[in-house]
Design a protein around this ligand. Structure first.
Ligand code: NDP
Ligand code: GDP
Length: 324
């Protein structure tokens, strides 16, 4: 039986990846931070119906000793490092913490694997935010990076230390440069989920307006369920490599509003207000990924359209609010 250790198991991707690996017959162990509310830590796993099938162990990416302890006990064949302070906007308010968790966390995990001389394969959750001020209209594995937030700078450090440990210690370490991916389990602070939650509130008469920031920024959005398959595929390759994972379609926040409000029979123009408080200090205007390498080498392709994704998210938020 294969064993996987997932950091960030309580997050969006951690939940979908757990579900995928369990379906494949893995023993799935997740690293969780101590919380005063353990119910909350398992919320997404519960939503997908896999809460009882995973093992949770206490640990923190900033605490090397906890990583060593967990790795020594679990001896995982695969380590998926998904844990992070993952919200770009917050990274300007908590840059040091973001550096420590999102950046140094990867150093700690790689170092823990090396110190224990484990043969674990390692996956690093890199991000399209590393392209930031884009240096090419379509970004692939050879496009230069230009990070635009403390989050992106931290992710870039984590990305390069993954490459470096692969080259220095012949570790099976891969970095997935994933473009934005969403789902009904996306954190409420991210723009897609904020929009679909807003649509549901307005539809149910719980609100009349939704305040957003820059509507002209564009993102290449896919479904988290599709993207965790790419993570797993990377770990099954004989040689470790870095891969861009994206749909190749980029649309503005405005266009996403049109799709999501439209799904509920609403016109976004009647409900969306721009509030500059939500503008970024340095914006990433447009991201559009070229996943040719993942398609050719991994046989990976996105299976969900943006319209299907938005519809699934709006429907889930309508159900959630109706239940409340
Ligand atoms: P989430 O924000 O949903 O999940 C982040 C996870 O990290 C949570 O489980 C959180 O635990 C955990 N975490 C936070 N701090 C620590 C810490 N100090 N020690 C251990 N774990 C910690 O992110 P996603 O699931 O959306 O993303 C997964 C990864 O992929 C992240 O690294 C993210 O930056 C990256 N990524 C995401 C993209 C996306 O579009 N979703 C795009 C590209 C990269 P807790 O529940 O306790 O807060
Ligand atoms: P990111 O790409 O990881 O930063 O994901 P987000 O979903 O947080 O933001 C995507 C884009 O949406 C960015 O360009 C934001 O400036 C833009 N945006 C516009 N309004 C909002 C808002 O109200 N909240 C968030 N989170 N982003 C917004």
């Amino acid at each position: 039986m294969k064993t996987a250790l997932i950091t960030g198991i309580s997050g969006q991707d951690g939940a979908y990846l757990s579900q995928l690996l369990l379906q494949k017959g893995y023993r799935v162990v997740g690293l969780v931070r101590r919380s005063s509310n353990q119910e909350k830590a398992s919320e997404r796993l519960r939503w997908l119906g896999v809460e009882k099938d995973v093992e949770l162990m206490d640990g923190d990416l900033t605490d090397l000793s906890s990583l060593i302890r967990v790795l020594a006990k679990v001896q995982p064949g695969e380590v998926y490092n998904l844990g992070a302070q993952s919200f770009v906007a917050l990274s300007w308010q908590q840059p040091i913490l973001t550096g420590e968790v999102t950046g140094m966390g990867a150093f700690n995990m790689l170092e823990a694997i090396r110190l224990l001389a484990l043969k674990s394969r390692f996956y690093q959750a890199s991000s399209s935010e590393m392209y930031g001020l884009i240096q090419a209209p379509l970004q692939n594995e050879t496009t230069p990076f230009y990070p635009r937030s403390p989050y992106a700078v931290a992710k870039l450090a984590a990305h390069w230390i993954t490459v470096n440990y692969r080259e220095s210690f012949a570790m099976h370490a891969s970095s997935g440069i994933l473009f934005n991916h969403e789902s009904p389990l996306r954190g409420i602070e991210f723009v897609t989920r904020k929009i679909t939650d807003g649509v549901a509130r307005i539809k149910l008469g719980l609100a009349t307006h939704l305040e957003l920031g820059n509507l002209e920024a564009a993102r290449d959005w896919g479904h988290a369920r599709d993207y965790v398959k790419a993570m797993w595929l990377m770990m099954q390759q004989e040689s470790p490599r870095d891969y861009v994972v994206a749909t190749g379609r980029s649309v503005t926040i405005r266009a996403f509003c049109e799709i999501a409000f439209g799904h509920a029979g609403l016109n976004y123009q009647n409900h969306v207000r721009v509030n500059p408080a939500f503008f970024r200090l340095a914006e990433v205007d447009c991201l559009k990924g070229d996943a040719t390498k993942a398609r050719e080498r991994l046989g990976w392709a996105p299976e969900t359209t943006l319209e299907e994704l938005a519809a699934e998210m709006v429907e889930a938020d309508l159900r959630r609010l109706a239940q409340k």
